[in-house]
Design a protein around this ligand. Sequence first.
Ligand SMILES: Cc1cc2nc3c(=O)[nH]c(=O)nc-3n(C[C@H](O)[C@H](O)[C@H](O)COP(=O)(O)O)c2cc1C
Length: 454
Amino acid sequence: MRKDTMLLAAFTQASVTQTGVGAWMHPGSDPHVLDADYYINLGREVERGGFDLIFFDDRLAAPAAYGGSVREAVQRGSRVIKLDLLTILTLVAASTSRIGLGATYSTTYYNPYHVARAFATLDHISKGRAVWNIVTSLNAEEAANFGVGEVLEHDQRYDRADEFLEIVTGLWESWEKDAIQLDRETGVFADPDKVHQLNYQGKYLSSQGPLTVPRPPQGWPVLLQAGQSGRGRQFAGRWADLIFAASTELDGAKKSYAAQHEVAAEAGRTAPPARILPCAQVVVGPTEQVAREKKAYLDSLSNPVEGLMQLAELADVDLSTFPQDEPFPDDLLDRVTGSKAIMQNLLAGTEKTFGRKPTPADLGAFFAGRTGGHQFVGDPGQVADEMAEWFHGYACDGFAIAQNDSPGSFQDFGRYVVPELRRRGLVPEVDAAPRTVRDRLGLGPRVSRNADQT
Ligand SMILES: Cc1cc2nc3c(=O)[nH]c(=O)nc-3n(C[C@H](O)[C@H](O)[C@H](O)COP(=O)(O)O)c2cc1C
């Protein structure tokens, strides 16, 4: 039996789109996603529900990979709205006191100085609760929005991201912990010997420093990553405190968990192991029958074309060009310039479900409404038991719970499942002590320079 406890992330979007793209049509969904109150309320629900952090995904373009146009996505409300996340997390920071505040920022389209500054600021104003989901970004529409003509190929994006992280973490450490003196008697604000330039010069990126934000309360804000490829896992093994995974089945999740730990050990990681959270869709009700009816209703709101639209975005391949009822060609994965690993995983899941080589229609139906994770459907005890099996089987260290309807899914999870997980000793009672998220989640200090300064 494991002695540690599960971590629970509330996985959401600053959008009308949730796990199922048709979620905005659900009567339990609050559609006012352009209002501050929506996020203030969502943050409070997540904190009250017993989650450890709220996490917002991101994409820097409306989906146009499917059929080469945004028309279909606009009409369906499918990931066409994506608000800037640090503005939103500022609202959530002010209306909560405990949960981690996670935002996705791209290493390919943002600048390291800007990212270091933005997350250091969030970390200060939230008293040590900033979490950065590091993505290298996936598709041509994002490049086009940022005026980038030539996109680096997949593994090179991670080489560049390594340099990006050298800069960001270096800038976070450019002020030593006790640099600020604020001495009115002597007129010394900060000790100049304790504020350092970075002078980083890499192959792709450079930065001088120091940062104009003093050392963040967490030292390094918590680093989150979701690489699924060999190179992506290596990057996560080096940098991440938390890893999101995309496994849809228990056996696959166990293998992926073991593989991620091996990669990190091979990379000589000295920090505590990253904690791995597979994405999960939970549909729970007071009885199994109610949960199944809720699930059937949710399924009725999404359709296979929307599934394929989301996948085209992830894979960066126009999936509308294949005959919809014929199996995909054998070289499909060779044409994927976005995430091969996620496509491979989903094609395997589709083949298992339909018992044949998948067609576009099969894949769309399989993916629509699930965001790539496992579906836990049942009464509170059933969902908690199945989650316990994953946790005790070393398939995960917790879950990233994706929303179906918002905020209904997180309310249901907090109301029905968290008490059952607590009863099983898998989730601790709320600890209201003022602590940073890094400390609260037992992630351990991270530092690369000024090692005595953690
Ligand atoms: C649960 C989960 C959430 C993710 N969120 C985002 C996101 O918000 N934005 C993004 O561009 N990519 C996101 N990704 C994609 C990953 O960053 C990564 O590119 C993908 O898993 C493929 O791995 P690879 O980059 O190693 O090929 C997510 C992946 C998973 C599994």
